[in-house]
Ligand binder design. Structure first.
Ligand code: NDP
Length: 448
């Protein structure tokens, strides 16, 4: 008989926590998980999945326009936000059930309430029940940061945006990172007037400058407005419900919705981590070693709560590695190099490896190849939106250091190309590959 109630108690049933729990259980551990919101976490419930469905839904606006130029008669096409919203939310429900079934199928006990840490091997549920575990995994994710704005109670975050009662006519988005540009694309395509305001003069900091410029131009031409170096100063709700937003150095603007997308902070507040002597970083994130172990030997953490790389597939890998290390007898670390990423803006961006600026800092000789093309799909489009692929190569070895793409389906294409970059292939390897014609992807092997 174990001296503990469980071998593993997981706090937070998001992507990382669910993977860790079910793999630990598959390795023979007795596992329980506590979740205070919904099984599935940010990605499934209020992030990647519903967002991508909204991207698909909104894109029909352009597709229907293009269809007319391909000879289709589209009569009486209308958009209904509530229909799309409810279908998306129904799919979220379906996935929550699927995740729950996965846990159940592996014999993982579930507590749908908040749990806090009371010591190195103990937790307390919101209902007051005390439980013990040989190991505790904290996978509580991150939460949107709401800046200290006068009138912030009138603003929403990505948590609320999926539940809007109606499609807003005018949207102001603060921030110019992933969430901001993705929702700018969704709302703009659906016909809303979108204004993006940011504290700096860049969008998508961290992505290659050429792609960021291309996205900025493409979205400006679609009517999205930008106010740079102009964060929100105050938001005032008028008697008719309209929000009057004052941003630095500009006239007030009147909108229906203010979406704040200024980053996400590790969910560690009030978790009782101090009871186990767990060290936090400057942003409140749990500090962990290469095996995801915190400063307390029996407590581990994976996913956004550690603020290593805030991406779902990374959290999943960390959860898997944790379970294999602690319960599978296979110590496993994560390779954080060359992680591909995508922004589901319109057009989308995808990238892997170093940007041109990073490569020039790190390598003696860098050679840049690019292809700037009009996607065939856009031949009859009303908007002349060009794709741009860019390859960063170490001139000495020919090795590809980075690959950056903006254009239709860029994320779908990049996932395959990322294998080649990860494998350390060279520009010559790409050149030796015959083009697949006609496709956009063929530009990958035709870059000059
Ligand atoms: P990001 O970190 O992507 O962007 C934050 C934005 O907010 C930046 O433009 C930043 O400006 C600005 N900002 C930051 N702090 C402040 C502040 N205090 N006041 C005003 N502006 C501020 O955050 P998001 O919220 O968009 O997304 C959170 C995370 O979620 C991302 O980092 C990403 O890991 C993940 N995510 C991933 C997606 C994907 O993979 N496709 C999609 C959505 C989210 P500046 O750059 O000028 O400093």
């Amino acid at each position: 008989m174990s001296e503990f109630d469980y071998d593993l108690f997981t706090i937070g049933a998001g992507s990382g926590g669910v993977r860790a729990s079910r793999i630990a259980a598959a390795h023979g551990a007795k596992v329980a998980v506590a979740e205070e919101h919904r099984i599935g976490g940010t990605c499934v419930i209020r992030g990647c999945v519903p967002k991508k469905l909204l991207v698909y839904g909104s894109h029909f606006a352009h597709d229907l326009n293009d269809a007319a130029n391909f000879g289709w008669t589209i009569e009486g096409a209308r958009f209904d936000w509530v229909t799309m919203r409810d279908h998306v939310l129904a799919d979220v429900d379906r996935l929550e059930i699927a995740y729950t079934n996965t846990l159940e199928g592996h014999g993982v006990e579930r507590f749908l309430e908040r749990a806090t840490v009371t010591g190195p091997n103990s937790v307390r549920l919101a209902s007051g029940r005390e439980l013990t575990a040989k190991y505790i995994l904290v996978s509580t994710g991150a939460w949107p940061v709401m800046p200290d704005i006068d009138g912030s109670e009138h603003c929403i975050t990505s948590n609320e945006v999926f539940h809007l009662p109606e499609l807003p006519k005018r949207v102001l988005i603060q921030g110019a990172g992933y969430i901001a540009v993705e929702f700018a694309g969704i709302f703009s395509s659906l016909g809303a007037q979108v204004t993006v305001v940011n504290r700096s003069d860049v969008i998508l900091r961290g992505y290659d400058e050429s792609l960021r410029d291309r996205l900025l131009q493409a979205t400006l031409s679609k009517g999205i407005e930008y106010r740079f170096m102009s964060p929100i100063e105050k938001v005032v709700k008028q008697p008719d419900g309209v929000l009057e937003v004052t941003t630095k150095g500009h006239e007030p603007i009147h909108v229906d919705v203010v979406l704040i997308a200024t980053g996400r902070q590790a969910n560690t507040a009030g978790l009782g981590l101090e009871n186990a002597g767990i060290e936090l970083g400057s942003q409140g994130e749990i500090q962990v070693d290469e095996y995801s172990k915190s400063s307390c030997d029996s407590i581990y953490a994976v996913g956004d709560v550690t603020n290593r790389v805030q991406l779902t597939p990374v959290a999943i890998r960390e959860g898997q590695a944790f379970a294999d290390t602690v319960f599978g007898g296979t110590p496993t670390t994560i390779d954080y190099g060359t992680i591909p990423s995508a922004v589901f803006s319109q057009p989308p961006i995808a990238a892997v490896g170093l940007t041109e600026a990073e490569a020039r800092q790190q390598c003696a000789e860098v050679r840049i190849y690019s292809s700037d093309f009009r996607p065939m799909r856009n031949t009859f489009s009303d908007h002349i939106e060009r794709g741009l692929y860019k390859m960063i190569v170490d001139d000495e070895t020919g090795k590809i250091l980075g690959l950056h793409m903006i254009g239709p389906d860029a994320p779908e294409i990049l996932q395959a190309a990322a294998i080649a970059v990860k494998a350390g292939l060279t520009k010559a390897d790409f050149d030796a590959t015959v083009a697949l014609h006609p496709s956009m992807a063929e530009e990958l092997v035709l870059m000059r």
